[in-house]
Design a protein around this ligand. Structure first.
Ligand code: NDP
Ligand code: BG6
Length: 493
């Protein structure tokens, strides 16, 4: 589906996100003929760039980061003609009149009918300021054309600031105009979770406390904080990954089937899961939430810095680069089923996967399945890399007797030969262009997720004696994280 004609304004167009993700995703849409004929990008930043300089810079980003591997020079040249640039200081309200003139002129030239999408890819301190000044200029008003606002993460720093940001945005734009992005929702395999659960009859009857022993979610990265130390040191893994991406995965695993596949229905079900999280009280934090920080080590013969040696990181920093936690969803479906989630930087490999551990058979007939931990049924949903599904089950070991052996049924997305997996930003940008907010967060979901992590943040802040466990870069995080599993035989997969 092609979207209506419009201008996409990228606030923060001279920055990293626009260069590495947004404009390359637009190129991928262009190649697939998914952009409307009457379309333009208006990039905004303070750097003084001419249209040509901006186009040249973005062309390099497209070459390096667009998903389509085949990028003939003339296609890139045609594409960058859509790109325009206007420099101004978005903190200064007096400069918005000039911006309004620029966008009105471009609108008239291209014939985009007053349809504007604003993408906030600036430092988060501007997320409430830009909408206010846009509103003052009447640039939120939908009398002549739609006006949509995409807000990047981080959406707040804690519950109080998230509420404040929601209130500030809703003072200037309507909820239906606001698109809060979480790029995990744009991932093909994350969406496939819904299809796996709700288009197959075999999973849903088992998808509950009667058959599932526990759920485990891992999102590990084999890189450190790179050049984002300044941002990361004020954030940490709980804010950066858990509050948004990991809780979203829990929401999709835990939700009830939506009544219809639409924005309100789907988002209602995700919010209900978030609202059913059993709160982790401040005094329980040390028991249920393990935090860690990577320390210097040698990986494959190469010296690796510790987190505290990274650029932009305080030398005594206690910011966590690893979190593992255990919690419960107190509702009819999940009562008593533990959810274990973990994420970390500088772990041995990059992998995001969900493992559904089914309960063992009620009676053990054969050797080899006698313990709870020895249950053979596991469904592994691989989000990245090597996207796919793996089901583990027990089979008879050939030969005498009845010995059970664990075997696999394995599906890899790559087996769908001609299938192109769109990037998360490509999918999400297109959805916003089409006015579909299903894969964007609603304000109440963001607040419910913050409400869950807030007591943890408070406990860490108020009780410095809660340890930040060091783990050598390149290892699977602090060993104490295994203590979260209180039944014998279990540990992180
Ligand atoms: P950068 O620091 O690379 O870019 C910031 C952008 O904001 C630049 O274009 C800068 O323009 C512009 N800007 C800053 N102040 C002003 C101002 N007063 N007036 C006008 N423009 C201004 O950040 P990123 O691109 O990395 O990130 C942008 C946002 O996206 C952040 O909030 C980040 O948290 C979020 N994000 C980034 C991701 C990434 O992979 N980079 C991933 C997920 C979220 P100039 O320098 O020309 O002044
Ligand atoms: C971002 C975090 O939201 O997600 C980063 O800010 C993290 O710290 C990234 O590296 C992980 O995304 P992905 O798509 O690589 O799993």
């Amino acid at each position: 589906m092609k979207s209506e004609k419009h201008i996409l304004v990228i606030f923060g167009a001279s920055g990293d996100l626009a260069w590495r993700k947004l404009v390359p995703a637009l190129f991928d849409l262009y190649v697939q003929k998914l952009l409307p004929a009457q379309f333009a990008v208006l990039g905004v930043g303070r750097s003084a760039l001419s249209n040509d300089e901006f186009r040249q810079k973005m062309a390099i980003g497209v070459e390096q980061f667009a998903s389509f591997k085949h990028k003939p020079r003339e296609t890139v040249d045609e594409f960058v003609k859509y790109l325009n640039y206007y420099a101004f200081d978005t903190m200064n309200g007096a400069e918005y009149a000039g911006f309004k003139q620029a966008i009105t002129l471009l609108d008239a030239q291209v014939g985009t009918g007053g349809n504007y999408i604003y993408y906030l890819a600036t430092p988060p301190s501007m997320y409430s300021i830009i909408p206010k000044f846009l509103n003052e200029q009447g640039l939120h008003d939908e009398t002549h054309g739609f006006k949509r606002l995409i807000v990047e993460k981080p959406f707040g720093y804690d519950l109080a600031t998230a509420k404040k940001l929601n209130a500030a945005l809703l003072g200037q734009f309507e909820e239906e105009q606001i698109y809060r992005i979480d790029h995990y929702l744009g991932k093909e395999t994350v969406q496939n979770l819904l299809v796996t659960r709700f288009s197959n009859t075999i999973f849903e009857p088992l998808w509950n406390r009667n058959y599932i022993h526990h759920v485990e979610i891992t999102s590990s990265e084999d890189i450190g904080v790179g050049n984002r130390g300044g941002y990361y040191d004020g954030s940490g893994a709980l804010r950066d990954m858990v509050q948004n991406h990991l809780l979203l995965l829990v929401g999709l695993v835990g939700m009830e089937p939506p009544a219809v596949m639409g924005s309100t229905s789907l988002r209602n079900e995700i919010v209900k899961v978030f609202q059913s999280f059993r709160p982790i009280r401040q005094e329980e934090v040390e028991k249920y939430v393990i935090r860690g920080q990577y320390t210097p080590s040698v990986i494959r013969g190469k010296q690796q810095k510790g987190y505290r040696q990274e650029n932009g990181v305080a030398s005594e920093s206690r910011t966590e680069t690893y979190v593992a936690m255990k919690f419960f969803i107190d509702n009819w479906r999940w009562a008593g089923v533990p959810f274990y989630i973990r994420t970390g930087k500088m772990l041995p490999t990059r992998v995001t996967e969900i493992v559904i551990h089914f309960k063992p058979t009620p009676h053990h007939l054969f050797a080899g399945n006698a313990t709870v931990a020895g249950s053979h049924n596991k469904l592994v949903i691989r989000i990245q890399p090597d996207e796919g599904l793996l089901f583990k089950f027990g089979m008879k070991e050939p030969g005498g007797g009845f010995k059970v052996q664990e075997v696999n049924m394995n599906f890899h997305y790559t087996e769908l030969r001609d299938t192109y997996l769109p990037s998360a930003y490509e999918r999400l940008l297109l959805d916003c262009m089409l006015g579909d907010s299903t894969l964007y967060h609603r304000g109440d979901a963001v607040e419910a997720a913050w409400a869950f992590v807030d007591p943890i943040l408070k406990a860490w802040k108020e009780n410095p004696e809660i340890p930040v466990h060091g783990y050598p870069a390149g290892t699977w995080g602090p060993d104490v994280a295994d203590n979260l599993f209180d039944e014998p035989g279990f540990s992180w997969r």
